[in-house]
Design a protein around this ligand. Structure first.
Ligand code: HEM
Length: 205
């Protein structure tokens, strides 16, 4: 634990590791966007109702009756798209600079997990408004998943009743607001720990 904290909050950081031209701060921007998502998501939670009868109405209420609600919802949606773009660009930068190689394997693997979780978070969030777009996107995604080898097991875990049924909506909701964000937070800490552990960013090599 002491080792973990020491690497998370080092006393000294090399000046050249903070140069923007090398990383374009893409990882830092991804972190900032993630924090915007958490904050706007927490505010949306004050009004959203995860039930087949209440979800769509609560979204309409947020849009039309809550002060700043439309802006808040748009910001959450925009940030989710931005996060995916930033993660892809960040991964591309890592590939182009060869930073996935030893001793940065661990950072790369944790990053890949973060990428999958971010896509999964966006997908589970897509169903929550329970409008036509959400319903058909969830349905198409789930049918595709079921067609994959072993996909039927995950399908039945995610959709125990029917697409957009009470229990599946509850599960998408739990994944979207708790399981995925908390796992991402833990992995982001681990990502930063691994970066410190491999003695900072690539110019160190
Ligand atoms: C929520 C997602 C992510 C966040 C918040 C994040 C954050 C960061 C930050 C702040 C850095 C420091 C340097 C920089 O800004 O480029 C970094 C470095 C790194 N990231 Fe990520 N990252 C994420 C996803 C990923 C993904 C998807 C990959 C690859 C599949 C990845 C692989 C790496 C590697 C290998 C380094 C070390 C680069 C070097 O030493 O030059 N990260 N990350």
């Amino acid at each position: 634990m002491r080792d973990f904290l020491k690497h998370l909050f080092p006393r000294v950081v090399l000046e050249r590791n903070l140069r923007l031209t090398y990383t374009f701060c893409l990882g830092g921007l991804a972190l900032t966007t993630f924090l915007v998502l958490v904050l706007t998501g927490l505010l949306l939670l004050f009004y959203y109702r995860p039930s087949p009868g209440g979800a769509y109405d609560s979204i309409r209420f947020i849009e039309n009756a809550v002060w700043g609600g439309r802006y808040l919802r748009s910001l959450h949606r925009l940030a989710s798209h931005t996060l995916l773009v930033l993660i892809m660009l960040h991964a591309l930068r890592v590939i182009l600079t060869g930073a996935y190689r030893h001793p940065r394997h661990g950072t790369w693997v944790v990053g890949t997990m973060l990428m999958f979780l971010a896509v999964f978070a966006a997908y589970t969030g897509y169903l929550l408004p329970l409008d036509q777009l959400a319903y058909w996107a969830a349905r198409t995604g789930m049918e595709l998943l079921r067609a994959l080898p072993g996909g039927a097991v995950i399908f039945h875990l995610l959709v125990p009743d029917q697409i957009a049924g009470p229990l599946s909506l509850q599960r998408f909701f739990a994944l979207h607001i708790a399981v995925i964000p908390l796992s991402m937070m833990a992995l982001i800490f681990l990502h930063f720990f691994r970066i410190r552990r491999s003695r900072g960013l690539l110019p160190y090599l």
